[in-house]
Ligand binder design. Structure first.
Ligand SMILES: [Zn+2]
Length: 132
């Protein structure tokens, strides 16, 4: 496994410990870690509230990255406490929309497989097609 992915995967797993905040909210069942083109690492955890409110671990890692004025993700991993969790469709779209170059972002989908966002979104829609 690539050394960067080894570090990101370890960080994502370390964050992935489900905790219950109160009767409405649990968090941390999935952790995420990403690396930017500047080599910085940002992390996040998933939050799930009652009534299907919440967001993925990737979202909170991306928010942390944007707070630091970065948007180019080179590598990203989401994981529960013992295995990678492939990014959901919403996260795939978010990753590529925040920076067009993120179509090249590498995503760990299993311990033995890394794929690019462009491979996970082979027919990504564009604003051109949306406006027609
Ligand atoms: Zn997601």
């Amino acid at each position: 496994m690539d050394k960067d992915f080894e570090i990101l995967y370890k960080k994502a797993k370390e964050l992935a410990h489900k905790k219950r905040l109160n009767a409405f909210v649990k968090y941390g069942h999935v952790g995420a870690a990403l690396m930017t083109d500047k080599g910085n690492i940002y992390t996040g955890v998933a939050i799930t509230c009652a009534c299907q409110i919440g967001f993925c671990a990737e979202h909170s890692a991306i928010s942390e990255m944007l707070k630091n004025n970065e948007s180019r993700i080179v590598k990203i991993v989401a994981a529960n406490s013992n295995t990678p969790v492939p990014a959901c469709g919403r996260c795939r779209e978010m990753i590529r929309m925040i920076n067009e170059e993120n179509m090249e972002t590498e995503v760990m989908v299993s311990e033995n497989e890394i794929v690019k966002i462009k491979d996970l979104l082979p027919y990504a829609w564009t604003l051109d097609t949306f406006d027609k």
